[in-house]
Design a protein around this ligand. Structure first.
Ligand code: HEM
Length: 149
């Protein structure tokens, strides 16, 4: 049985690194769960982003669980997420303006949910990932092929 004194909720493939990140950022699974749940509650109410998510996600519980695992992997290096974010976004009807909106809601939620260092870490990661998802969406967009003649 797990020792209840040693972070009982945290599974990590890199326990020492995770423990260091948790100590430095004051992030843990509980805070990340709160961050994800609050953030998507805001997203769902947003007039621009809400409909984009509602058109794709019918069962929110598994999405939220997946997103907590994702942030646990990204922020605490636990290795809990095993998905592929890129293909999930290809073809979504969004451009950089929608990513800016996503990031604005995420920053707001991070600042009110996490300690300053934790907020800074998740925001910096979100900004990087948003840029690469946006690039992947743009690259996959069908466009007119220029004539070679
Ligand atoms: C305008 C911005 C965004 C929109 C509209 C959007 C929309 C979506 C939707 C609809 C899904 C569910 C796909 C499905 O299950 O069919 C999804 C999944 C996901 N999103 Fe986003 N997203 C956005 C930005 C981001 C950003 C910035 C991140 C990371 C920082 C992110 C991370 C993820 C991850 C990890 C998944 C789960 C992929 C999987 O394992 O299936 N998304 N997103």
């Amino acid at each position: 049985m797990a020792d209840p004194d040693v972070s009982p909720e945290v599974f990590s493939v890199r326990p020492e690194l995770t423990a260091r990140l948790m100590a430095e950022t004051r992030l843990d699974e509980k805070i990340l769960t709160e961050l994800v749940h609050r953030f998507y509650a805001r997203v769902r109410k947003d007039s621009v982003l809400g409909p984009v998510f509602e058109a794709r996600i019918t069962d929110w519980a598994p999405h939220l669980e997946r997103m907590v695992a994702f942030w646990s992997s990204v922020a605490l290096m636990t290795g809990r997420y095993h998905g592929a974010p890129m293909p999930a976004h290809i073809g979504l009807p969004v451009g950089w303006a929608e990513f800016e909106r996503w990031l604005a809601l995420f920053r707001e939620t991070a600042f009110e949910t996490c300690a300053p260092k934790g907020a800074a870490l998740v925001i910096e990661r979100a900004e990087r990932i948003a840029r690469s998802l946006h690039m992947a969406i743009e690259d996959a967009r069908p466009r007119a092929v220029p004539s070679l003649q």
